[in-house]
Write a protein that binds this ligand. Structure first.
Ligand code: NAD
Length: 282
């Protein structure tokens, strides 16, 4: 089949199952892109959601409103995930308002790209601070609460679930983005090490590793037809990912349907990690 004859893109139409009723979730960086879609998907599935943002209170309020419209509680909470004091205060606010936490989505992230020999220490540090240290700080607060509270059988089989938003770049090297790829490689072994340590407490820790998803972080990669076509040479499934693709994966991974899934990276990438350059025989 030639490229022109490829089947048209049909997006999934899925029935929403309310598999997270009674659970309290925190999504970092939830006022944009993937975090926004995940927060809304969790809300549609019955979870009450804290919508974290660092700037853009209006966007965060829109996400809160969308979650409330489907009958779940939602709350906006401003905090920079790279700042320990602000993370501790955010978890304290969540505890005061929602009583506890069952699901942490460690999503906040950014890119500060530069050729390697021009990358400043500030660019290196900022990406590591937000993408890796921010996930550490939030995961630590969540694990403290999960261990304190333990399993509540009417709510979930697990004492808590953490989902780290990683990237295909936890395994695919990325020239010009050394700080970002290093942060995501770090997330992979941080996630697995935490998972190994806290599994006996019935705490599940996993990652989602998205491929190319249509969000503001990567507009250059999909906004023009030329850029989109170039991107598609990297995606065997021949469509860009939508934030809702990640939302559905997060709901499943956070739910008891995934109760025996622990310490994995779930690649949601249309096959980007299948070495598409070898599709024609290498
Ligand atoms: P985005 O820019 O739309 O969203 C990033 C969010 O993180 C924003 O809400 C931003 O305000 C927030 N954020 C940044 N710094 C923060 C801080 N210090 N404290 C709190 N929040 C902060 O981009 P996105 O694509 O939705 O990215 C979300 C996550 O998905 C990131 O971790 C990113 O690395 C990852 N990811 C994205 C793609 C993609 O193709 N879009 C692919 C792989 C992984």
């Amino acid at each position: 089949m030639s490229e022109e004859q490829l089947p048209q893109v049909v997006m999934p139409q899925c029935q929403v199952e309310r598999v997270l009723v009674g659970q309290k979730a925190l999504v970092t960086g939830a006022n944009s892109g993937i975090g926004k879609a995940v927060a809304i998907a969790l809300g549609h599935s019955g979870a009450d959601v804290v919508v974290n943002y660092v700037s853009g209170a209006d966007q965060a309020q829109e996400v809160v409103d969308a979650i409330q419209q489907c009958g779940s509680h939602a709350l906006g909470c401003q905090a920079d995930v790279s700042r320990e004091d602000q993370v501790v205060a955010m978890f304290a606010k969540m505890k005061a308002e929602f009583g506890t936490i069952d699901i942490l989505i460690n999503n906040a992230g950014l890119q500060q790209d530069a050729p390697f020999d021009e990358m400043t220490l500030a660019e290196w540090n900022r990406v590591i601070d937000v993408n890796l240290t921010g996930q550490f700080l939030c995961a630590r607060e969540a694990v403290r609460e999960f261990k304190r509270r333990g399993v509540v059988p009417d709510v979930s089989c697990a004492a808590g679930k953490i989902i780290c938003m990683s990237s295909v770049h936890e395994v695919i090297p990325w020239a010009g983005h050394v700080n970002y790829a290093a942060s995501k490689g770090g997330v992979m072994l941080m996630m697995k090490s935490i998972a190994q340590e806290v599994a006996p407490y019935r705490i599940r820790v996993n990652s989602i590793a998205p491929g190319a998803i249509r969000t503001p972080i990567n507009t250059d990669a999909w906004q023009t037809p030329e850029a989109y076509d170039a991107l598609m040479t990297l995606v065997p499934y021949k469509r860009i990912g939508e934030p809702e693709d990640i939302g559905r994966a997060a709901v499943w991974l956070a739910s008891d349907q995934a109760d025996y899934v622990n310490g994995i990276s779930l690649f949601v990438d249309g096959g980007m990690t299948l070495y598409p350059g070898f599709a024609t025989g290498g």
